[in-house]
Design a protein. Sequence first.
Length: 458
Amino acid sequence: MEREFRKIVQQAGFGEGSVLLLAVSGGVDSVVLLDLMARLGEHFALKFQVLHLDHQIRTESRVDADFVAGICAERGIPCLVKTVDVPAFAKNRRLSLETAGREARREMLKCWAEEHGCVRIVLAHHRDDQAETFLQRLLRGSGKSGLQGMTELDGLWWRPLLGFSRQQILEYAAQRKLDWVEDASNEDTSFLRNRIRHRLLPDLREYNPQITQRLTSLCRQFQIEEDFWQQQIASVWPRLLLSDNDGLRLDRQQFIACHPALQMRLLREGLRLVRGDLKAIEAVHLDALIELMHSGRSQAELDLPDCWAARRYDQLWLRKTPPRVEGFDLLLEMGEPLILPGGRTLLAELQSHAGDETCSQAVFDAACLKFPLRVRSPRVGDRFHPSGMTGQRKIKDFLIDLKLEKEQRCSLPLLLNQEQILWLVGLRRSAVAPVTDGCRETLVVRLLERGDLDTNPL
């Protein structure tokens, strides 16, 4: 085992003096990892630090911490023991104890490694762990991408024991006469992973004694396929991405043109970019997104774990949280600029002659109006009489016909004279207060973009 491990370290290509952070729990796997690295470290001119997390799940967890500190002191390796109240951590984040322990450990390791310049965080996962991970993800509904399992090298994380079985690790520990501590929680079958380890895998071995090797081989096949799919994603993504200014906006038509297998992976990539990871994302969430993209509804939303998704006509909009659209009700005084939510400005001034009407300027008979005018957001039941049309229309229906997104409809400024709607600002004037030949004075209301107030005088 030591000979094979030496090759793995050599192939990793660490520079002289590289600092590695070892995660050591005190169990046999991490003790063997520590022993192997300590024996080879001098040969490869590597430096080590050890971090142990006292999770406080068991009353004897302090004994484990003292044990790890002791074996590190024997080898002259710096050891840091960090204490985290994992039960409290789990409660605060609404996680299972199993998940909370894993996340607390990863956060602690990553933070320490980044602060102290460690080039890798070395974990003691082995081949049997890989098989357990595969089955755990399968039972929780992971798609094919999630079933690729753990990789030997994943950013900062390095798993040099991933190709070795637990039996090989136990044999090495016996040969080297190593001591370790047994974590009693590893026998607690209230944890899913322990039920897989102690019940499901033994049952599967009755059908296939090589089930562990078969599952880890399957993971490797999935990893190779995932590399291929990542190349496909990279080639499609530039024409799929419309904007990343406020979350992600993806082109629905480009998406639908892709093969269904690629569609799933494109959605995973979008979620990963928005959320930072894919934790808690399962096949059911991806299926819901696929249905959203293919449904007949032009506007709809989904609440996903740590993400919000919305269909907006021919776009998919992904954000960490739903956009906040708050109502407003403001007063527009004559000659005084009014800053609207979003940063644009409305300015109203009298003129002796009628100006041209555009999407950013509306002109009214001043004699028909009473100041101050109101500027507010749309309300349920609002109606107006569009200029050039007969009869009134619901503003909601009018805006839907224009294919305005929900957020745009809710934040659209309406200009009112008392209770009469004069202008859907920037879109359509109403038939109220038209300028006629007998009009003596006109009111010009102009919509100015950010920074245009000083450069666009009336």
